[in-house]
Design a protein around this ligand. Structure first.
Ligand code: NIG
Ligand code: FE
Length: 404
C-alpha cells in the first residue's frame, strides 16, 4: 500500500462525481487550505489541512490551487500530413470547393494517413498527446477516421493502442467520410466487418459517425450505430456541425454517450439533449479556427442539458493543442461560467466517454489532478495561452511534463 498526503493546497476546487446537468454544473465545491490523501492511486480523503489524517509520505504543493485532471473527450490526434497550404489558400480567398478540387481538404489528410505505418502514426501523435497532457488532460479520447479503407482505420487504432502505454486514452472508431462511390456497400462492410473486428480486438470503446449533409445520412448513421450497439460498443456522434439534419435526435433516441459539435443546433435539438442522458459536447476550437458560429453552450445548460468541452484537435478544423485553452474558450465563445467550464472538462467529459471513476476530487475517484501555477482555481478558465498548469498527476503519480 502506498499512501501520500498532499498538503499546502490554497484551494481544492471540484465538481461532485458523476454527470452534472443544468444548474448543477455550477455547483463546484471549493475548499480553502486543503489537503488530499491518495492511497494506491485513489483518493482516500479530502478536506481542510487542519483535519488531515497522518500518512506515510507528505508532499507540499506550495500554496497552489488544485483541480481535477481534465478529460479531453474529443480528439483526432492521430493524423499524417498537414493542411498548412489549405489554410493559407483559404485565408487568401480560396473557397472550400477550390481547395478540394486541387486535392486538399480532409481527403489529403486521409491519403497521408492511409499511407503511414503504425510506427509513423505513433511518432506523429506522441507530441500532440504530450501537449494535451501538459495542458492538464489526464484522459484523452482519440478517434480513427482518416483511414481510406478498413485496414487503414485499424492501423490508426493500433497506433492508439501503442500510445496507451504512455497515455490514458479512450479509443473511438470514427466512421468519418463516405467513399465517392459505393456508399451502400461501404456502410454494409463497416457494419458487418470493421465494427465487429474493432470490438473483438479491443481496439475501440465506442463508434462515432459524422452525420452531416456532406457525410453520412441519418439512415446510414442508424445502421452504423445499431451495429455498434449490437457488438456492445458505446456510441457517439458528430452532429449539427453545419446543418441539423436529425443526428442529435437519433443519438438521444439510441442512448448515445454524446453528441459533439452542435454549432447548428436549434430549440428542438437542445430540448432533445436536455431530456436525455446524452452529453452535449461543444468544441470551441472549431469556432475560433473556422470563424463559424459557436455551439449554444449557455442555452444547453439553461435548458438542463449536461455539457462537456473538447479540443477536437485535428489538422483541418481545430489545431488546438491545449485542453485548458478549450476550457477557457468555452467561457469566451459559448457563454459558460468558469465553474461550468471546469465541470464540462472533468466529470461531464468523463461521462461522454462512459467513465464514472474520474473527474472529481472526491473519495473513491482516481487521483488524477492538476496543480496550477497560482493560488486561485479560476485561473484554469481565465488564462489564454499561458502555462497555467504546473503539474499533472495521474493515478497519484506525477506525469512527466515536456516543459521541464
Ligand atoms: O471534428 N467534422 C468533421 N470532422 C472533423 C474535421 C476533420 C478534418 O477536417 O480533418 C471535426 O471538425
Ligand atoms: Fe471531430
Amino acid at each position: 500500500m502506498t499512501e501520500t498526503l498532499f498538503t499546502d493546497i490554497s484551494q481544492l476546487a471540484t465538481p461532485a462525481s458523476g454527470l452534472q446537468r443544468g444548474a448543477a454544473m455550477r455547483g463546484l465545491s471549493v475548499t480553502e487550505n486543503a489537503a488530499l490523501l491518495v492511497r494506491d492511486g485513489v483518493i482516500a480523503w479530502t478536506g481542510q489541512a487542519a483535519d488531515a489524517p497522518q500518512a506515510e509520505q507528505t508532499i507540499s504543493l506550495g500554496g497552489r490551487a488544485v483541480v481535477p485532471g481534465l478529460v479531453d473527450p474529443h480528439t483526432h490526434a492521430v493524423w499524417a500530413g498537414d493542411r498548412l497550404a489549405d489554410w493559407d489558400a483559404k485565408l487568401s480567398g480560396a473557397t472550400y470547393e477550390e481547395i478540394l478540387a486541387r486535392g486538399g481538404g480532409i481527403r489529403s489528410t486521409m491519403r497521408a494517413t492511409a499511407a503511414a505505418t503504425v510506427d509513423e502514426l505513433v511518432a506523429l501523435a506522441r507530441p500532440r498527446l504530450a501537449a494535451l497532457r501538459c495542458s492538464g488532460a489526464t484522459t484523452i479520447e482519440v478517434k480513427s477516421g482518416y483511414g481510406l479503407d478498413p485496414e487503414a482505420e485499424l492501423r490508426m487504432l493500433r497506433a492508439v493502442r501503442e500510445l496507451r502505454r504512455e497515455f490514458d486514452l479512450s479509443p473511438t472508431l470514427l466512421i468519418h467520410v463516405p467513399p465517392e462511390t459505393g456508399r451502400a456497400e461501404y456502410v454494409q462492410e463497416v457494419c458487418r466487418h470493421l465494427i465487429p473486428q474493432a470490438a473483438e480486438m479491443g481496439l475501440a470503446n465506442a463508434v462515432d459517425v459524422f452525420t452531416e449533409k456532406e457525410a453520412f445520412t441519418v439512415e446510414e448513421t442508424r445502421a452504423l450505430l445499431e451495429a455498434a450497439q449490437s457488438t456492445g460498443l458505446h456510441t457517439k456522434l458528430h452532429a449539427d456541425q453545419f446543418h441539423a439534419i436529425g443526428g442529435t435526435e437519433l443519438a438521444c433516441e439510441l442512448g448515445a454517450l454524446s453528441v459533439d459539435h452542435l454549432e447548428a443546433s436549434g430549440p428542438e435539438q437542445i430540448a432533445a439533449l436536455a431530456a436525455s442522458d446524452t452529453v452535449a459536447t461543444i468544441l470551441p476550437g472549431v469556432t475560433l479556427h473556422l470563424g463559424l458560429p459557436a455551439a449554444p453552450g449557455r442555452k444547453l445548460i439553461d435548458a438542463g442539458a449536461a455539457v462537456a468541452i473538447g479540443t477536437d484537435l485535428n489538422p483541418g478544423s481545430s489545431p488546438l493543442f491545449s485542453t485548458q485553452f478549450a476550457l477557457a474558450l468555452g467561457v469566451r465563445l459559448c457563454g459558460l461560467t468558469p465553474a461550468e467550464a471546469l465541470t464540462a472538462c472533468t466529470v461531464n467529459a468523463a461521462a461522454a466517454l462512459g467513465l464514472t471513476d474520474r473527474g472529481s476530487l472526491s473519495k473513491g475517484q482516481r487521483a488524477d489532478f492538476c496543480v496550477l501555477e497560482g493560488a486561485d482555481w479560476r485561473e484554469v478558465a481565465y488564462v489564454l495561452g499561458g502555462n497555467v498548469v504546473a503539474e499533472v498527476w495521474c493515478g497519484g503519480v506525477r506525469a512527466t511534463a515536456i516543459r521541464e
